[in-house]
Design a protein around this ligand. Structure first.
Ligand SMILES: [Zn+2]
Ligand SMILES: [Zn+2]
Length: 470
């Protein structure tokens, strides 16, 4: 089974970095505790797995046997203890060491040492034993692999460090010539950007007014893997705002994901599109979402948002949630109670959509009810127990498209900073009825049972999924 990714938070990464480079230019080493989970790779159509780093443990100096500019060795007893301790905590063990002056990758010496460690494990635990190995260079190149036999190594396809900025790395990064077709983009965003877009796996939840321009632009930026999730079919009233679709598609009542993926392929920029015609809560959609590196929340469905909101913390996967809210004032014509395009970046360390009042939990359960028991929903609606379900708010294509652009601006700024230092907020709101400039801020999330609960960070698979009972 392939290993698609390893994710680390900036917080753990910094702790690891400080410890590993304390003895530079000599190498340093330590352990990472990793949570493993399986997923379904919708592009290759096969099961795959991922790892999340949940802690770093330094190796105590007395356990180090030798260290130099090019190698480090430590007592095997300490390794075996760490392996057992990781397993007792439901984790896989990774050894991590530094290459202060490179190379970005594993040396022959590493191959030898790790094969030896594997043999020791096999003698005690049998042939199926495996562990991970991670190497970090002085200039922040980070690579990982699985050791599953003597001289048998499987590369981890992509490693990412998530925080206020994203650091991503994968075998071959920076070694290939940038694709000339993207030359004008490379001039601004650098030679690695398009390669990074090719390597990352993007999930787009919701393919309507914001999701369709977002998926479209991802393809034009060179995204290699885009997963579209939406259960809805096109209808005539959506034609004016869903990019890449025609009125003919709408009259035919085609699935949004089918039409958008067909058109993205037609663009010809080598984007592999995968799709799931389901709500995000459905098992197929959820398993495919677990294979993604970055998720765009483009749904206006509260229940879907509750799921991706928790997902961001349980699976340590950044969610760029966006929404457009246009509410004309009932009292004063021409004045708006709200006229906002919003992007919120949800990930460990930032306030979630519940804290920010973006999701309405009561509406979420109503939507659930409407889908699972339409008769009961109607009965409650007739008795006026239902708060939502009134007239739809207005939507206009330029505002939904601009909101999608805002989300991509934030992604770019985390991958390849363009803005001045310190302007990298977790939420941006653009007030379309004013020319005040964007509003951005953090949010106090003290006591939030989702995002202020570190026990949830990187918990991955639990039963029921995401500890959601309804
Ligand atoms: Zn090494
Ligand atoms: Zn919260």
């Amino acid at each position: 089974m392939r290993t698609l990714g390893l994710t680390i938070t900036t917080e753990i990464f910094e702790k690891m970095r400080e410890s590993l480079f304390a003895t530079a230019p000599d190498e340093g080493a330590g352990y990472l505790l990793c949570k493993e989970y399986s997923c379904f790779d919708p592009w290759r159509k096969e099961k795959a797995r991922r790892f999340i780093v949940v802690d770093f443990v330094p190796i105590s100096p007395e356990d180090v046997v030798s260290r130099s500019h090019t190698s480090i060795t430590w007592r095997t007893n300490s390794f075996v203890q760490a392996l057992n301790s990781a397993e007792s905590q439901g984790c896989k063990l990774a050894i991590v060491h530094s290459h202060p002056n490179g190379p970005a990758g594993f040396s022959q010496q590493d191959d030898g040492n790790e094969s030896m460690l594997w043999s020791i494990c096999r003698n005690r635990r049998g042939r199926s034993v495996e562990f991970l190995s991670v190497v970090l260079t002085g200039d922040n190149k980070i690579r990982g692999r699985i050791i599953r036999g003597k001289q048998a190594f499987d590369d981890i396809e992509l490693t990412k460090v998530i925080g206020n900025r994203y650091l991503i790395d994968y075998p071959g990064r920076g070694e290939v010539e940038p694709e000339d077709i993207f030359d004008r983009q490379t001039r601004l965003l650098g030679r690695e950007f398009t390669a990074d877009m090719r390597a990352l796996r993007f999930g787009v939840v919701g393919c309507g007014g914001t999701g369709s321009p977002l998926a479209h632009m991802l393809a034009r930026q060179g995204a290699g893997h885009v997963l579209l999730i939406d259960k809805d079919r096109l209808d005539r009233t959506g034609s004016h705002r869903v990019h890449l679709t025609t009125l003919k598609d709408a009259i035919a009542n085609a699935y949004k994901v089918a039409v958008i993926s067909r058109e993205i392929r037609r663009i010809g920029l080598k984007t592999q599109v995968a799709m799931v015609q389901e709500w995000v809560s459905a098992t197929d959609a959820f398993e495919a979402l677990k294979s993604c590196d970055i998720i765009f929340g483009c749904t206006d469905d509260n229940h879907g948002r509750i799921i991706i909101n928790r997902f961001a913390y349980f699976y340590m996967t950044p969610v760029f949630d966006m929404g457009l809210k246009i509410k004309p004032s009932k009292e004063k014509p021409g004045v708006f109670d709200a006229f906002d395009g919003r992007v919120t970046i949800v990930q460990p360390g930032t306030a979630c959509l519940l804290c920010r009042g973006v999701v309405n939990p009561q509406r979420a359960s109503e939507e659930q009810l409407q889908r699972s028991q339409p008769d009961e929903y109607q009965r409650r609606k007739d008795e006026a127990y239902i708060i939502g379900g009134g007239d739809p708010n207005p939507v206009v294509v330029n505002f939904t498209t601009e909101t999608a652009c805002m989300a991509l601006n934030e992604l770019i700024n985390r991958l390849t900073p363009l803005r001045i230092e310190g302007k990298n907020p977790d939420q941006i709101t653009r007030k379309f009825d004013r020319l005040d400039g964007d509003q951005y801020r953090g949010e106090d999330n003290t006591g939030c049972r989702i995002c202020d609960n570190r026990d949830f960070w990187g918990l991955a698979d639990v039963d029921p999924a995401l500890y959601l009972t309804a």
